[in-house]
Design a protein around this ligand. Structure first.
Ligand SMILES: *[C@@H]1O[C@H](CO)[C@@H](O)[C@H](O)[C@H]1NC(C)=O
Ligand SMILES: *[C@@H]1O[C@H](CO)[C@@H](O)[C@H](O)[C@H]1NC(C)=O
Ligand SMILES: *[C@@H]1O[C@H](CO)[C@@H](O)[C@H](O)[C@H]1NC(C)=O
Ligand SMILES: *[C@@H]1O[C@H](CO)[C@@H](O)[C@H](O)[C@H]1NC(C)=O
Ligand SMILES: *[C@@H]1O[C@H](CO)[C@@H](O)[C@H](O)[C@H]1NC(C)=O
Length: 371
């Protein structure tokens, strides 16, 4: 309870302005200072400065305290992959703030008291630093003719060290799946390589949490999960954004945005391992699916590089819950991404009518707690 109040207090306390002379750390910088980020050479360089790996302060590191939008400095057509990088930068603001809020809410002893290794807080700070480096890398990938999105305000459903660490595991493995889709949206090989390099770092974070936090075998199957529709995953992260808090100039997040109904397992679910029969819950009462009479719908489950479609009966919905069995062929490893689609295999973005829902399989015990 104490930690919950502390966390809420942190969320409510307005961040104080700090006039930092050097671009190393601080809280909220001015709009004018933020515009300096348009120069890729401004401030510490990711990969060349320990700030993005081994900085142990509580304050947000560069460039995160400069959270306004960065305006274009040139007129002209956008770079080929600018929209993809804008989506990724907006998503990164969410992930960075997830870790930054934890760094501010907790300390070394919070995690030791929760029974975690005495290095946990340090690792969380280090992951936070990596995420700050991602912010800078993504800003620099957006060309000078396009706007670099700024930060919104965020709220996360964690209230103590354990619920935070559970979310770390699911967010990192979801990032890994999400990047397998985003890389398909990018056209430049250099963009694709940079995204792969980022996915690898998310994997390191995930492996750390599996080994050190959950004390499990960190290995998954031969391939992590490929899910082609990155923006559908990004859309689900909108739940972390405080409504109306984004900079007015930010592009729609994600762009393009389908606004599909959110999908989760019903709250009475006791197991999410392959072979389990689950009820589907479309969790947003203001955004429910509509199923056409006479159309056969499918729950499509993505795991590894494959997907398996299971027909679902939607005729009596919503009076009767839609139930489906998670394909028992899948290994209880990594993550399963589930959607409801009007075509087996969900071959196009538009064939998806609800979801995605992220089903954590490793550690499987955590999955049910996260519903
Ligand atoms: C960690 O936070 C707790 C709760 O706010 C506080 O009592 C404790 O002194 C802090 N420990 C350190 C080492 O800062
Ligand atoms: C942290 O834990 C390790 C192993 O559990 C122990 O060897 C080490 O002394 C501890 N370090 C501190 C600073 O408590
Ligand atoms: C569906 O999700 C909503 C929102 O999380 C929740 O309030 C509701 O109890 C859930 N219903 C079922 C049947 O799981
Ligand atoms: C679908 O559900 C309806 C209503 O419960 C039922 O009448 C129908 O037989 C079911 N269809 C199939 C193919 O199971
Ligand atoms: C799902 O698998 C089927 C069969 O292998 C494939 O044709 C389809 O393209 C896959 N769906 C996606 C979205 O990759």
């Amino acid at each position: 309870m104490a930690i919950r109040s502390l966390f809420q207090a942190c969320l409510l306390t307005p961040l104080v302005s700090l006039t930092a002379a050097k671009p190393i750390q601080g809280r909220i910088g001015s709009f004018a200072e933020t515009q300096k980020l348009a120069d890729p050479g401004y401030g510490p360089v990711p990969g060349q400065d320990p700030l993005f790996s081994s900085y142990y302060g509580k304050d947000a590191p560069f460039p995160a305290y400069l959270s306004d939008v960065v305006l274009p400095t040139k007129i002209g057509p956008p770079g080929e992959d600018d929209q993809v990088w804008q989506n990724l930068l907006s998503a990164e603001w969410i992930i960075f703030n997830f870790y930054q809020q934890a760094v501010e809410a907790f300390n070394t002893s919070s995690f030791i008291k929760a029974g975690m290794p005495n290095t946990t807080y340090q690792r969380i700070q280090e992951i936070r630093n990596n995420e700050a480096g991602h912010l800078r890398i993504f800003q620099n990938q957006i060309s000078a003719t396009s706007l670099k999105p700024g930060a919104c305000e965020y709220q996360f459903p964690f209230y103590d060290p354990i619920s935070f660490l559970a979310l770390v595991t699911v967010l990192e493995v979801s990032s890994m799946a999400f990047l397998t889709g985003l890389v398909q949206d990018a056209t430049l090989p250099s963009s694709q390589a940079a995204m792969l390099a980022i996915a690898e770092v998310e994997t390191r974070h995930e492996v750390w949490s599996l080994m050190e936090i959950w004390k499990t075998n960190p290995f998954a199957g031969p391939a992590d999960t490929v899910f082609p529709y990155a923006n559908q995953i990004l859309d689900t992260t909108g739940a972390f954004i405080v409504p109306g808090s984004c900079p007015k100039l930010n592009p729609v997040y994600p762009s393009p945005r389908q606004g599909l109904p959110a999908l989760s397992a019903a709250s009475d679910t006791t197991s999410l391992i392959p072979g389990s029969n689950i009820g589907l819950n479309f969790t947003d009462p203001t955004n429910q699916p509509s199923f056409a009479a006479g159309t056969q719908y499918y729950a499509v489950f993505f795991h590894g590089v494959a997907n398996i479609s299971v027909p679902v009966n939607t005729t009596a919905w919503p009076a009767q819950e839609i139930r489906v069995t998670i394909p028992k062929q899948f290994e209880t490893k990594g993550v399963i991404v589930a959607v409801v689609a009007d075509t087996p295999g969900a071959p196009t973005t538009d064939s998806v009518v609800a979801g995605p829902g992220i089903i954590l399989e490793q550690p499987a015990e955590l999955a049910v707690e996260l519903i």
